[in-house]
Design a protein around this ligand. Structure first.
Ligand code: COA
Length: 208
């Protein structure tokens, strides 16, 4: 076979492979100034972000903020396993995790993963901003960017869902302002700092 035919096949193969990968690890989304004047760089997660993400989640866990982790520590090994699995899902078009950085500092994370089986059209959304960087528009920016990119990144996604602590007024306001609708409430569904708190379920239609 001629060398140029082999080369052409190789190029076509790589175009096909690249087309199939919905969002690549480390893929740049861009650099942004939030409405409140904060400058951040946003990109997709990569396998080598594990250590930064571990520090980020462990800090939120120690804070006992409105998330599932309430003081538990993620180990290096557990975090790397989680991130490797997440990036694999992302490259199959079944998940997306966006990271916001100020210089080298990870300041915010937004993610969506697709459920499976009879819920394989339903995605679960999560959003967290590091305590010193809250109230500067980074959460709003990450949510907006997620809503912009998730349709292409996760082709099977039809409905985005999330769960939020009923006591988390800023987050509920943020989600309602971006088209999320409440569809359920489990009274006392969360135990937060020794108190039973209602767990609110919300959703947003991504495609019909
Ligand atoms: C919820 C969260 C992601 C919002 O991110 P953020 O970068 O602080 O949000 P923004 O600066 O974009 O502000 C979003 C809205 O929340 C409000 N807000 C943010 N921090 C607030 C605070 N401490 N108190 C009251 N309102 C606050 C803002 O005023 C803004 O509302 P507006 O647009 O009407 O002015 C962030 O507070 C966070 O990570 N909290 C802890 C974890 C968490 O609750 N995650 C969500 C789980 S469902």
């Amino acid at each position: 076979m001629h060398a140029h035919v082999v080369m052409a096949r190789y190029v076509i193969y790589w175009i096909c492979i690249s087309y199939d990968i919905k969002m690549k690890e480390n893929q740049s989304i861009g650099s942004f100034t939030t409405e409140k004047g904060s400058k951040v760089i946003v990109r997709a997660v990569s396998r080598s972000d594990s250590e930064k993400l571990r520090s980020f989640i462990n800090e939120l866990s120690r804070e006992k903020t409105y998330i599932r982790f309430q003081g538990e520590e993620m180990s290096r090994e557990a975090e790397q396993t989680y991130i490797d699995g997440f990036v694999d899902s992302m490259e199959k078009g079944k998940a997306l995790k966006l990271l916001a950085f100020k210089g080298d500092t990870l300041v915010g994370v937004a993610d969506v993963y697709l459920r499976d089986r009879v819920e394989s059209h339903v995605g679960v959304f999560g959003l967290t901003v590091a305590l010193p960087y809250r109230g500067r528009g980074i959460g709003t920016l990450l949510l907006t960017l997620m809503l912009k990119h998730v349709r292409d990144a996760i082709p099977a996604l039809r409905i985005l869902t999330l769960g939020v602590f009923a006591t988390n007024a800023p987050a509920i306001r943020l989600y309602e302002g971006h088209g999320f609708i409440r569809h359920g409430l489990l009274p006392g569904g969360l135990l937060h700092k020794g108190e039973y708190v209602d767990h609110i379920d919300m959703h947003r239609i991504i495609r019909r």
